[in-house]
Design a protein around this ligand. Structure first.
Ligand code: G6P
Ligand code: MN
Length: 423
């Protein structure tokens, strides 16, 4: 069995290696074809992988590739986890909308739109070059737009991943004072726009409106990913759990002000710490029993991706939250939408579980985000400027046609080198 890892030089790779180790028994004998266009970073991560596997007796073969063809040849799973244009492009995604009074965010809003325009052509190329029966297991953002474009354009087998639900469930467990490992939340909607009105503790459904009514709004504690104070404030109003990205929709103008006051983008903050990060991983990769303790992406993302591959490969029919074709599971969204929803994952792919409608207070918002995403996916595939403008005009962050036009013109010009479809 062969798994191609596209973007294996990424700072997230140590977590993926850890994920592979945690299923090493189930994947024994697998070839890991590691691909990246950044040869030095690929070198660091493949050395780390080989030495971590050797030290722990895991029987993986690691090969390194800077060309796609050899990496994809004969692969059963193509795990895509890269950022087209790197963090320099992310900085533009985050800063261009902000100049025009709109939240600048990696995946949400016009920033995510610009990223979709770069990601989709690369994913289409990979899907076209991969063996026809391979599963594309995609982390490349914006994951559901990418998944939609690949599924509709190429007919390849694709599943979109994001481990946000795990981090958000953990955050809510902490806020509600409940044990994370005994909680199960039905997060439904669209990637980075999911909602949980059904949450179970040891299988018994919680009375969320009552629990939330009793909850005090905590002060402070915001990190780049989580804003517990705003989350609780929002949940008390909604009566169910919002995901972390909900703050961009419901506190849009406050977030714009804060991002402007902050002065640097998240991309710039990461760029500043990345050289030291790779130096540390490089040193660690040469240790007899390497164990990088602090890694990008935290603990779960690598294990989650490897668990999904195992669920597909071993026909586990495991309940997992993934991005896949709706088919009526979330009744408030189109049947052919890519939704994020609990699904049973087995050999024939994810089968989404019937979840019913979205909660009324976020139904219209989520439908609007879906309308935007479908237009964004079309624009990214075709390179049609008018469709691109319609996508931005449809996004809930954007309140004026002229704002949409300014962001589009500036974004297309800034990212020209990565947008062959708009040439
Ligand atoms: C979460 C999201 C990912 C996103 C990441 C950004 O994990 O689910 O989709 O890429 O945050 O994290 P960063 O550290 O790069 O800001
Ligand atoms: Mn995500």
């Amino acid at each position: 069995m062969k798994i191609a890892i596209i973007g294996a030089g990424s700072g997230y790779m140590p977590g993926v290696i850890r994920g592979l180790l945690h299923r090493a028994g189930d994947l024994a004998g697998t070839e890991l074809a590691c691909h990246d266009i950044d040869a030095p970073h690929l070198d660091v991560m493949t050395r780390l992988a080989r030495n971590m596997f050797a030290a722990r007796g895991a029987s993986f073969t690691v090969t390194a590739h800077t060309g796609l063809e050899a990496a994809l040849d004969g692969a059963s799973y193509v795990f895509t986890t890269f950022r087209p244009g790197g963090l320099a492009a992310r900085h533009l995604d985050e800063s261009i909308p902000l100049k025009h009074g709109v939240v600048g965010q990696e995946t949400a809003g016009p920033g995510g739109f610009l990223m979709a325009l770069r990601s989709v052509p690369v994913l289409l190329e990979i899907a076209g070059a991969a063996p026809p029966d391979a599963w594309i297991v995609n982390y490349t953002n914006p994951t559901n737009i990418v998944t939609d474009a690949v599924a509709r354009t190429t007919g390849a087998r694709v599943i979109g991943l994001c481990d946000q639900f795990a981090g958000d469930t953990e955050m809510w467990a902490g806020l509600l004072g409940l044990p994370f490992d005994r909680l199960e939340a039905d997060w439904i909607g669209l990637n980075h726009a999911t909602w949980a009105s059904r949450v179970r503790l040891d299988g018994t459904e919680l009375d969320l409106p009552r629990l939330l009514a009793d909850l005090d709004v905590p002060g402070g504690g915001a990190t780049p990913w989580r804003d517990p104070s705003r989350m609780v404030e929002l949940a008390k109003a909604l009566g169910f759990l919002p995901n972390s990205y909900a703050k961009y929709y419901f506190f849009h103008d406050d977030v714009v002000r804060e991002l402007r006051e902050k002065g640097t983008t998240r991309a710039q903050d990461i760029l500043a710490m990345l050289p030291a990060y790779y130096e540390r991983i490089d040193a660690e990769s040469r240790a007899p029993d390497p164990d990088p303790s602090r890694e990008r992406g935290g603990g779960e993302h690598g294990e989650f991706a490897v668990d999904v591959i195992c669920a597909l490969h071993r026909d586990e029919n495991r309940r997992m939250i993934v991005n896949t074709r709706n088919g009526g599971a979330v009744s408030s969204l189109d049947d052919d939408a890519i939704v994020e929803t609990p699904a049973l994952v087995g050999r024939s792919g994810p089968v989404p579980l019937t979840m019913g409608p979205l909660p009324a207070p976020v139904r219209g918002l989520t439908q609007a985000i879906h309308a935007y995403e479908r237009l964004a996916s079309d624009a990214a595939v075709t390179g049609d400027r008018r469709t691109a403008l319609q996508a931005l005009m449809a996004h809930p962050f954007v309140r004026s046609k002229h704002t949409a036009e300014r962001i589009l013109d500036e974004g297309l010009a800034a990212h020209r080198a990565h947008l062959p479809q708009f040439a």
